[in-house]
Design a protein around this ligand. Structure first.
Ligand SMILES: Nc1nc2c(c(=O)[nH]1)N[C@H]1C(S)=C(S)[C@@H](COP(=O)(O)O)O[C@H]1N2
Ligand SMILES: [Mo]
Length: 354
């Protein structure tokens, strides 16, 4: 394991992952969904808060929460994963939020379609992108900024792209973007701008720091790189047995166990999941359950495991219908993004385990 600096611990103590045992839940309970906040959680007074829609529109509009809730609502169950998930496994070490593999969660998001709000303002023919700006301000890449990211107009008009005001049946909690956040199912986490203040129709592609400096696959500072978009496939197991406090090595009794986990991809439905108990030397197929939560949520998989005494290393890997497969280990890039290398869980199979 690489050395983690105090600066990284400072980030890790604010931004938490999904406790992997909670993969047992189809929809992640609020508070257990992973969390990533670049700057501070802004203070928002819901009575005075307004969403502004401006830029290349026929008429600039503002909406209060009541007006948004009066528009037709739509619900999407979506799995969201940070683009930096897996970062700490890359070598050489990339200094940033040190995720292992737990930066994921599935929410039942309800809100209004971006499409309906844009239609109310009237999109001018000059518009090519839609910029979403949050209320949170900070300094990054040496530049003071509001957290802001854009989408191509065509994607913003997709019927499942939401301005979400509810999570799991209640108003968004402060850390997940109260009172309103963007939700783009299938895309990496950074796309889903929280604490929305403004939606601006642009005649030119957005060139802000979160678009052109961060969230691009590149190997040197002076190349432009490719923007990150959709989540690569990944499967995660619920760690079986019980953990040892410091190492989190699992203790499991010998014999038959039903392994379970969840798998997702932002590119295509999950086609197959394989599991291994010898560190990926040999694999057997898991049973993948139907996508009961809709096309944008993870699917459950199960696999029978006959645990033989001794030290075992469990692993699992997903393949999606577009043919993307998880690599054994992801490859290095400057930002430490999109590492969907397979999960490994060290297990001591011992008759002493309950
Ligand atoms: N305004 C704003 N939106 C944001 C962020 C942020 O720091 N500020 N973080 C982004 C990143 S990097 C991720 S991974 C997701 C995390 O969403 P969550 O904390 O609700 O899980 O929010 C995205 N939206
Ligand atoms: Mo992220």
């Amino acid at each position: 394991m690489p050395e983690i600096s105090l600066a990284e611990l400072q980030l890790a103590a604010r931004n938490h992952g999904l406790p992997l045992e909670v993969l047992r839940e189809p929809v992640t309970p609020v508070g257990l969904h992973y969390l990533l906040v670049h700057y501070d959680i802004p203070a928002v007074d819901p009575a005075s808060w307004r969403l502004t829609v401006d830029g290349e529109v026929e008429s600039r509009r503002t909406f209060d929460l009541e007006a948004l809730r009066a528009l037709p609502s739509h619900e999407v169950v979506a799995t969201m994963e940070c683009a930096g998930n897996g970062r700490v496994r890359l070598s050489p070490h990339v200094v940033s939020q040190p995720w292992l593999q737990e930066a994921v969660g599935t929410g039942r998001w309800r809100g209004v379609r971006v499409r309906d709000v844009l239609e109310a303002a009237g999109v001018a023919s000059s518009a090519v992108e839609v910029l979403f700006t949050g209320l949170d301000r900070g300094i990054e890449h040496g530049e003071e900024q509001l957290f802001a990211r854009s989408l191509p107009l065509e994607l913003a008009l997709d019927g499942d792209v939401l301005l979400a005001y509810d999570l799991n049946g209640a108003a968004l909690p402060p850390q997940h973007g109260f009172p309103l956040r963007l939700l783009v199912p299938g895309w990496y986490g950074m796309t889903n701008v929280k604490w929305l203040d403004r939606i601006t129709l642009l005649a030119e592609p957005f060139a802000g720091p979160q678009q052109v400096q961060s969230y691009r696959l590149r190997w040197t500072e002076d190349e432009a790189g490719e923007p990150l978009s959709r989540m690569l496939p990944r499967a995660l197991l619920v760690p079986p047995g019980i953990p040892e406090f410091m190492t989190r090595t699992r203790a499991v009794a010998p014999g038959r166990h039903l392994l379970e986990g969840r798998a997702w991809s932002g590119h295509a439905p999950i086609a197959a999941v394989d599991v291994s108990d010898d560190d990926g030397a040999t694999w057997w197929p898991a049973a993948v359950e139907p996508a009961e939560l809709g096309a944008h949520a993870w699917v459950r998989f199960t696999a029978e495991w006959n645990a033989e005494p001794g030290r075992r290393v469990l692993a699992c890997r997903a393949r999606d219908e577009s043919g993307l497969v998880q690599p054994d280990a992801g490859s290095w890039n400057l930002g430490g993004y999109a590492n969907n290398g397979v999960q490994r869980i060290v297990v001591e199979v011992t008759p002493q385990a309950g």
